[in-house]
Design a protein around this ligand. Sequence first.
Ligand SMILES: Nc1ncnc2c1ncn2[C@@H]1O[C@H](COP(=O)(O)OP(=O)(O)O)[C@@H](O)[C@H]1O
Ligand SMILES: [Mg+2]
Length: 358
Amino acid sequence: MRGDIHILLIGDPASGKSQLLKLVPEIVPRGRYVSGKGVTAAGLTATVTKDEQFMGGWVLEAGAMVLANKGLLSIDEFEKMSQDDQVAMHEALEQGSVSIAKASIVATLPARTSVLAGGNPKFSRFDPYIAIAKQITIPDTLLSRFDLKFALRDVPDSETDKLVVDHILKSRHDDYEATIPKLSSKFIRKYVAYARDKCKPDLTEEAEKILKNFYIKTRKKAEGATQAIPITLRQFEALMRISEASAKIQLSHVVRKEDAQRAIKLMRYSLRQLGLDPETGQIDVDRAEGATTSSERSRIRIVLDIINDISSVKKEIHMEEIRSAARKEGIEDVDEIIEKLKREGMLFEPSPGYVQKV
Ligand SMILES: Nc1ncnc2c1ncn2[C@@H]1O[C@H](COP(=O)(O)OP(=O)(O)O)[C@@H](O)[C@H]1O
Ligand SMILES: [Mg+2]
């Protein structure tokens, strides 16, 4: 059973993802950092190359996932990897191994690596009008392998803004000692290594019951409905992994009630961040779509639906066609909405008076 937790961070530019992704490999044992564009499937998993220098045979070269076995791999700019390369990670993410069959070499290498991936949304910034889940270019099958997914939105907030800026200013002063964390990364790395080695916590009956109830209850809400299934067995396993991790970091040998509750809290947060309401299994519009009035939101949604409908028949759509369809729905300010969608890169103008979906 897989014990490694995979986490995905998708967020607005300058929300500190790269900083975090670079830091984490320093505070966990066997951590490595790689970044987007330069990452290929072969570089991540394994590759077979011809050895010209010595024996002239084929040699097996381990990729980053294999080299970070029993450790952690940070992958920055995840969305910039090609889909084929992302898909090559499937096996490593779930089975914890990498298989390769090329030339005369057939091998399976261990790759029990935790992955911390970070990337930007499709339109470089989250669009408050569309569910966040739709703004991520990562295939669903891969997405579901991440135990926790966080959407980091850069929302101005004078209080936290002030704190962050003060911190950055302070770190440039001569007395920057105050900004150095109390625990050194070396110490944390040792602590994590110790916890990993010594703690193999067992689930208590109480913790088991809490996780089971949460899973059954959440699924029950979606019973019989055609809506998206809020959680699957993958997430249940993720809940167990996170509970265990919570016990381990406290050097505990049992997974208590509190650990299970913490796992549920994290899972709920992660589901909500992607706009899924764990209570109803429905897309939680308010949380997914930020601070626009619901009437504006639904007008944009209606216009998008109209465009989607026509797009299935033809690519280039005459503006008048959208206007008349929207008027039937009682929407007058179509041009304004279309302008907005164009600005956000959802639509473009192939020729004057026409729009097309990107
Ligand atoms: N919470 C934060 N605390 C301190 N610095 C931050 C924080 N968030 C962002 N920054 C700073 O903002 C800049 C951009 O962060 P970066 O990690 O490159 O963003 P991203 O990868 O999300 O686009 C960096 O110089 C970083 O130091
Ligand atoms: Mg970055």
